[in-house]
Design a protein around this ligand. Structure first.
Ligand SMILES: [Zn+2]
Length: 113
């Protein structure tokens, strides 16, 4: 079972960082309620010198499924930390209506049994 956590993503290297695990082992860190900033979180990613800054507000945080390795580390690649949103997943393929009706009916008959 993957963990589901809020993450921020570095706009340069696309590394995803779990909220609450700062400072990270790669020297990146997340500052909460930084002074002189209206953003809730400031991510300082160590992929470049000077560090790459990105600003995040609470409502911009997205939920991700995090594998155990990345969870232990506190950050990971987009392969290890995957967006959970059902409808905005690139893998999401809408069912056609007939298929949808069939799946609803199949589900109903399951419950009747
Ligand atoms: Zn980065």
């Amino acid at each position: 079972m993957p963990f589901v956590r809020h993450c921020v993503e570095c706009p340069k290297c696309l590394t995803r960082y779990l909220i609450g695990f700062s400072p990270y082992r790669n020297r990146s860190y997340l500052v909460r309620n930084a002074r002189n900033s209206r953003a809730e979180y400031v991510l300082n990613c160590s992929c470049k010198i000077p560090f790459v800054l990105s600003l995040w507000n609470e409502d911009e945080l997205k939920s991700y499924e995090v594998c155990k390795t990345a969870h232990d580390r506190g950050y990971g690649t987009p392969e290890e930390i995957v967006r959970t949103g059902y409808y905005d997943s690139p893998d999401f393929v809408p069912l056609d209506t007939a298929e949808l009706v069939r799946s609803i009916l199949a589900d109903k008959s399951k419950h009747l049994r």
